[in-house]
Design a binder for this molecule. Structure first.
Ligand code: ARG
Length: 457
């Protein structure tokens, strides 16, 4: 095979090397951002006089056509051309001759690839932000639907204290908000333009980096050509942000898988998101939730993959960097697919209110409320903790609940207890007693629901 830039070589490339080194099989999806980048570059080259206005408009309109052909699936890929960038440039040259041969003036594939990746990641971030907002909206919608439902809150998966169901939904809303904030923060570093760093050292040609950066919507221009040619920090940050989204999705799925079990029976999942078993006719399995949880492994693996990739690279560009795309695309596609399904599952699931309510008085969910009542009666916290612990043991012995104890029994444990104690005992009362900002009680949750409605519309 002839080499693309064969001037220097006497031997042809081993065909296995072509297959081994190619990246077009996975970077062709960068075609649209590559064309955007090249059009901005050509516009700048014309402005500084490195190409004529006429050459610029020929290049730009031919690039648009090439983009349309790729989009329509009419573009011829060739095994000899390593990546999408070479494919587009070579198609341009084939069609425009010397004019096409001028496009790469003052540019290297090193800054070109990084520019394309940044444009791609920037769009991906905006897309993910919109998807996360949809998820948040579906959670906020559930708050009204489940407004009167109380659920047990757990620690160590042991019954702890009662909270409004909406408190659970908003807990995920908060997590996804941090994910959105993290993506927005990552976007700032993505939005610094590498174009013009050329191969590693910049160029002697009078390029206008500010102009290309502006044309492409970047906030600023990267200040060190060596640094930019090797920089993949933004990809590591991006996949880390994706991994945390995945972690949040995965905990939600894990929780709902548990809630969907016969043992819990807190939840009905819509048929559209469950599957049957090939042998057990009665089964309805939460496969979609399990797969969202399972796919987290791939997403998270992209973080070490990228870190290991960059950790020992000498400045500046090294071909290792070509591998960056595989990790990022896979993590992005996976998280995107999960987020696309999530709102429908959140909206379609139903809480099994009677099931939840029927066991709400089990597990001493009001024990902490009783302890806090004792504190309000003047009992030191540690003493109150011990007193209630003993009362719980007493109830376990009798097979009853704290609210079933007589005033005499309660006063035997602590003589500061009066009949108002029955106003905090029982799950409903224990939930209602929660009032601190951000807690799971009636009013604090109502306040947060209102705030979230305002925020996500
Ligand atoms: N296909 C390569 C990549 O995606 C292009 C690298 C070009 N630079 C180079 N010096 N070979 O990273």
């Amino acid at each position: 095979m002839a080499k693309a830039w064969g001037g220097r070589f006497q031997q042809e490339t081993d065909p296995r090397v072509e297959a081994f080194t190619e990246s077009v099989s996975f970077d062709s999806r960068l075609y649209a951002v590559d064309i955007r980048g090249s059009q901005a570059h050509a516009t700048m080259l014309a402005k500084v006089g490195l190409i004529s206005e006429d050459e610029c408009s020929q290049i730009c309109s031919e690039l648009t056509k090439i983009g349309e052909e790729i989009e329509a699936g009419d573009f011829q890929y060739s095994a000899e051309l390593e990546d999408i960038h070479m494919h587009i440039e070579s198609a341009l040259t084939e069609r425009l001759g010397d004019t096409g041969r001028k496009l790469h003036t003052g540019r290297s594939r090193n800054d070109q690839v990084s520019t394309d990746l940044k444009l791609y990641v920037r769009d991906a971030i905006d897309e993910l932000d919109a998807l996360l907002l949809d998820v948040q909206r579906s959670l906020v919608d559930r708050c009204d639907q489940d407004a009167d439902v109380i659920v047990p809150g757990y620690t160590h998966l042991q019954r702890a204290q009662p909270v409004k169901a909406a408190h659970y939904w908003l807990a995920y809303c908060e997590k996804f908000q941090r994910d959105r904030d993290r993506l927005a923060d990552c976007r700032k570093r993505v939005n610094v333009c590498p174009l013009g760093a050329a191969a590693l050292a910049g160029t002697s040609l009078p390029i206008d980096r500010e102009m290309t950066a502006k044309l492409l919507g970047f906030d600023s221009v990267a200040g060190n050509s060596l640094d930019v040619s090797s920089d993949r920090d933004y990809l590591a940050e991006f996949v880390f942000a994706l991994s945390l989204i995945s972690a949040h999705l995965s905990t939600w799925c894990e929780e709902w898988i548990i809630w969907f079990s016969t043992e819990f029976s807190f939840l009905k999942l819509p048929d559209a998101y469950t599957t049957g078993s090939s042998i057990m006719p009665q089964k309805r399995n939460p496969d979609v939730l399990e797969l969202i949880r399972g796919k987290t492994a791939r997403v998270m693996a992209s973080v070490p993959q990228l870190l290991i990739l960059v950790k020992s690279l000498p400045m500046a560009y090294n071909r290792d960097l070509q591998e960056d795309k595989l990790a990022m695309f896979d993590a992005f596609d996976t998280v995107k697919a999960c987020l696309e399904l999530t709102p429908a599952i959140v909206a379609g699931a139903e809480l099994r209110r009677e099931q939840i309510a029927s066991r709400l008085e089990d597990g001493f969910l009001d024990a902490t409320a009783l302890m806090e009542y004792l504190i309000k009666q003047g009992v030191p916290m540690r003493t109150g903790h011990e007193t209630v612990g003993k009362l719980v043991a007493h109830c376990e012995g009798k097979g009853c609940r704290l609210a079933d104890l007589s005033l005499e029994e309660l006063q035997q444990a602590c003589d500061l207890i009066d009949e108002n104690v029955y106003g905090v005992l029982g799950t409903q009362n224990a939930m209602a007693a929660l009032q601190s900002y951000g807690s799971g009680g009636e009013q604090p949750v109502a306040d947060r629901v209102a705030a979230w409605k305002e925020r996500v519309g």
